[in-house]
Write a protein that binds this ligand. Sequence first.
Ligand code: GLN
Length: 335
Amino acid sequence: MGDHHSFQSLANSIQAVASPFRAYLCDLQQQYQGVREGKVADYIPELAKADPEWFGVSVVTVDGRVYEVGDCHQPFTIQSISKAFVYGLALEAHGREVVLAKVGVEPTGEAFNAIILDEVTNRPYNPMVNAGAIATTDLIPGSTATDRLNHLLDFFRRFTGRQIYIDTSVATSERITGSRNRAIAHLMHNFGMISDRIDETLELYFQQCSILVTAHDLAVMGATLANAGINPVTREQAIDPRYVQDILSVMHSCGMYDYSGEWMYRVGIPAKSGVGGGITAVAPRRLGIGTFSPRLDPKGNSVRGIKVCEALTQELGLHPFNMVPATQDVGSVNF
Ligand code: GLN
């Protein structure tokens, strides 16, 4: 995964809080550490190098408390989780109507890399599948490739609260094996859905997927969305609050690939997963959850990550339609 000493030491200096809730997280981690179903993504050789045993769970509240266990400071590539945030970047840069004209908000029920566009509007269905994500990346403003990359990195910096690094070997691997994404981009260009900076946008898309994050970062990023766009650790306004609702809505309906319906049923809160093994989940006005475990189910979601989120949502009563009192109370005692 490259050599990122300064990143590691910075990450290791962040202190998590000891508490009954942290003890609960330890139990949860132990309970699921033995789950060995699923397999590490190998569609590109670089991702196959991940240790299948890595497992981290981080919870960050909107008032900045951090509870975490396991490999929460192990960097891995963000992959599709980037799509939710770049959607926010595009909204902030262009406003809702311009973005909606290029990318819809309907779930597909198809795999993330499906080559399909809406037959009537020619739009990709939503920003969480590759087609929609590439169309969103096309909307990253800037007059040169470097400007656009800097804009992207700065945007993620606001959410994580630290400097962003890209795993260049993963980005190279994405580029070398990216024929399907290239085909999707050219198809969308044919329909006037993306500009003619096709190669530049694809390169940016490969770079955004290769951004290095940790489970801790994913929890902070989730907590930033939960906190109306203000990073609860740095207090920086990461995104205009008026777009948080839009991001969370598409995460809610489309964030977990073609498992989004079942996720809604079982877990119920907006989330986004990536084939690097990460999941970010958001309990609005309460907390963000970041999980990392690289073994994936056939739909591309982290097997242990799903189990942890399901347990947490029950424990904390996070499902919006839950009518049963929570076992633990986020806002007050014992957290
Ligand atoms: N970089 C990956 C791709 O475009 C993203 C995949 C993912 O996390 N679903 O294929």
